[in-house]
Structure formats: C-alpha cells, structure tokens
Design a protein around this ligand. Structure first.
Ligand code: GLY
Length: 389
C-alpha cells in the first residue's frame, strides 16, 4: 500500500511532485531584507542596484536604467502586506525617480517610470502619478523615427547610430498605458510598429533573439550584434526573457494572436533548450562556451517565470506546462541556492544574477531587477493558485 504514492509519482513524472511555494514565507523574507535595505539607504538619490566585487553595495543615480525597480519592489511588498509602512516607503522611492520623466536620452523609461509609478497608480490611484507617466511616455516616443520604424535604444553602438536592443520590448507597456489613459493614441501605434519590426528583424528561425539590431535611416538592417551576450549569434538569456515578457504584454494589450504565437514560440525555445538546467534557471547565455562551468542568471529566471505565469492564462495546449515550469523556476529561486543570506548580501532578496559578463560587470551578484520580477512572479503565482482553488 505504501508503495502506491511512490509508484503514482514515478508514473506521473517529476512535475507533479512539485510542492507549492510558501508565498507568505517568501514575502516575510523579502520584507525583512528590504527593511535592512531601507535602513542602509537613507538617501533617496542613491538607488540600490547590486553588490560590487568586494561585496560592498553598488548604488546608482535616478538616471540609471534600473532606478525604478526598488520603488516597484516596495509596491509589490505593499500589495502583499497592505502595511502603510511599505506604502509610505514605496511612495518616497517612486517620487525619487519623477525627474526622469523628462529624460529623452534613454529608451529605458518603461522600466524607470512604469515599474514604480505604474504599480503605485494601480494600487493607490494616486492622480499625481498620472501626468508623470504621460510625460514619460511622451519622452520615450521622441526616440521613435517613423522612417526607421523602431524606438532607438542607445545613441551609439560601435559605429552604428541607431541600435535597438531586445530589452526595448519591455518599455512598450508604458506607451500602452499612456494611450489608454488620456495620452496620445499614436503611442499605441508606435508600440505596435516597434514590436512588429522587432519580430521581423530580431528573431531567428529557431525563435531565439539577437541582442542588438542596428538600423539604417530607411529602416533596413545594418548589422545584428550582441553587447551583453556571448556572441552575435548566441542566445543571451535575459534577452530571451525580455522578449518573452514583451510579447506576452503585446498580446494582453492588443489581443492580436500573432503576439501570442510569438510569445509561445519564444517560451518553447527557452524551455526546450538543451542547455536549460534542471532547476530551470538559465546560464547567462544559452550558448556560453564553458557550460556547465558558467554563471547562472537568476534575473532571467525571475523575468521568465513572471512572463510564463501570464502566458499560462491565455489557454492553449502548453498553458499547464508554462505554469508548471514557472512554478519550478520560483521553487529554485526560493531555495537556498539563489536566496540571499538573511540580513546579508546587502539586503537583496536573490543572488546569482549576471548583468554584463563581457564587460565583467555585475557577474554573479544580486541585482535589483531580479528581486523586482521575482516578487512580481510570486504575486502572479499566488493569484493564479487562489483562482485554481
Ligand atoms: N540592458 C538591460 C539589461 O541588462 O537587461
């Protein structure tokens, strides 16, 4: 008799053996770490980013592309706890980014503005956040040139004047929000045109993505490259996760089936890749030459988990797989293998992310956006579990 459950488990396979994540426990840990983070960051002009190689905290200014993630993470904790302490801190760190609404020198305004203000507005309906997001979206749109058909990412990359990185898919959500909330309706068209040209020019026949595509003024492609990946033709892990998340948002905002198909194709590339480890947290590049002796990227794992959970809500024959794989990713991230030491690791939640390996920058360290997408994924996971009953 005792053998029966073991037998059932063997027949059903390891997926059914997954134990659910204790979301309360994980948020209690996050809150404990971030209380320490707030104590060690009394000055809201110094944004927690990561740890330096010597272990000391690496803080950045509001103009750095990651400045919105700390406020956004505080909103995630507030959403879970409903504790006014977190609301107050989230408000403070959100407003600390407000001046970036006028920044037309970056394509990252989606990350910088939407992660803190978008979550804050969703949770509190604070009307003061609205004009800031509308201005941010307008600033972002100045980087779109109709004859090229995409939003420019960086002002220069190598000898190229119009580089676009796959990460840019993440900034489109702000444009949709603005178009739906009193902003220029053209912002929506810009997002759609950018997403369509990105499918055309960033994606390879195997559904992996280049990191950087450099455009000519007439919209033709000058070069396909990498900056943060191993090689021009490799699959940089976080880039695959950004694309997966970006096209899932595109489907949510447009209900155009082609974006759902694209998101599914990216998910299938990612999940079926022979170099995806058993714990489902990728190496920093799927084609990194020294696998398995290469660093993992917990941030890519967190972004992919969050995206897959949303993608799993859109039905289709793979919906259950996407949910189960995301759950597996969150189990791994919630295990001691990827969690910061309580009270340590500069009070981040996760460790083992890779920012820019070729530049030897942020290699195998905590990074603020890993925490942000991990918390977002936990919230999504919990909501889906409650819905399932
Ligand atoms: N450029 C954004 C990233 O490192 O993913």
């Amino acid at each position: 008799m005792r053998l029966l459950p073991i037998l059932a488990l063997l027949i059903a396979g390891p997926v059914l053996a997954q134990t659910p994540i204790d979301v309360d426990k994980e948020f209690a840990f996050a809150a404990q770490q971030y209380r320490g983070m707030l104590q060690s960051h009394p000055d809201t002009s110094k944004f927690p980013q990561s740890s330096k190689p010597d272990g000391s905290p690496d803080d950045r200014k509001s103009s750095w592309w990651c400045s919105g993630f700390f406020g956004g993470s505080l909103w995630h904790i507030y959403q879970r706890t409903n504790d006014p302490f977190w609301k107050e801190e989230a408000q403070k760190w959100t407003m600390a980014v407000a001046k970036e609404q006028y920044n037309t020198g970056t394509h990252d305004l989606g990350f910088m503005i939407y992660c803190p203000f978008g979550n804050g507005y969703r949770l509190t309906k604070n009307e003061a956040y609205k004009p800031i997001m509308l201005t941010g979206a307008q600033s972002l749109s100045t980087r779109f040139t109709p004859s090229v058909g995409v939003i420019k990412s960086w002002n220069k990359f190598q000898q190229y004047d119009y580089p676009v990185i796959i990460d840019n898919m993440m900034n489109l959500e702000l444009l949709f929000w603005a178009a739906n909330n009193g902003g220029d309706k053209r912002l929506r068209d810009i997002a759609i045109t950018h997403a369509d040209n990105t499918i055309k020019n960033h994606y390879r026949p195997d559904n992996s993505s280049y990191h950087v595509v450099c455009y000519n003024p007439d919209g033709t492609v000058a070069a396909k490259k990498t900056a943060q990946g191993y090689a021009d033709n490799s699959a940089w892990a976080r880039g695959q996760a950004w694309g997966l998340y970006g096209y899932t948002v595109m489907y949510r905002e447009t209900k155009d089936k082609k974006y759902l198909d694209q998101a599914r194709k990216i998910a299938d590339f990612y999940l079926n890749h022979p170099n995806l480890p058993a714990d489902k947290i990728p190496y920093w590049d799927f084609n990194a030459p020294g696998i398995p002796a290469e660093e993992r990227d917990a941030s890519a794992g967190a972004i992919a988990a969050s995206a897959l959970l949303e993608l799993s809500t859109h039905g289709g024959s793979s919906a259950k797989t996407y949910y189960q794989q995301a759950e597996r990713m969150l189990q791994s991230l919630s295990s001691p293998a990827y969690k910061a030491k309580p009270g340590g690791d500069n009070h981040f939640i996760l460790v083992h992310s890779v920012g820019h390996k070729p530049a030897k920058s942020e290699v195998d360290t905590p990074i603020i956006y890993a925490d942000y997408y991990y918390l977002e994924a936990l919230l999504r996971y919990d909501a889906l579990r409650k819905k399932q009953g």
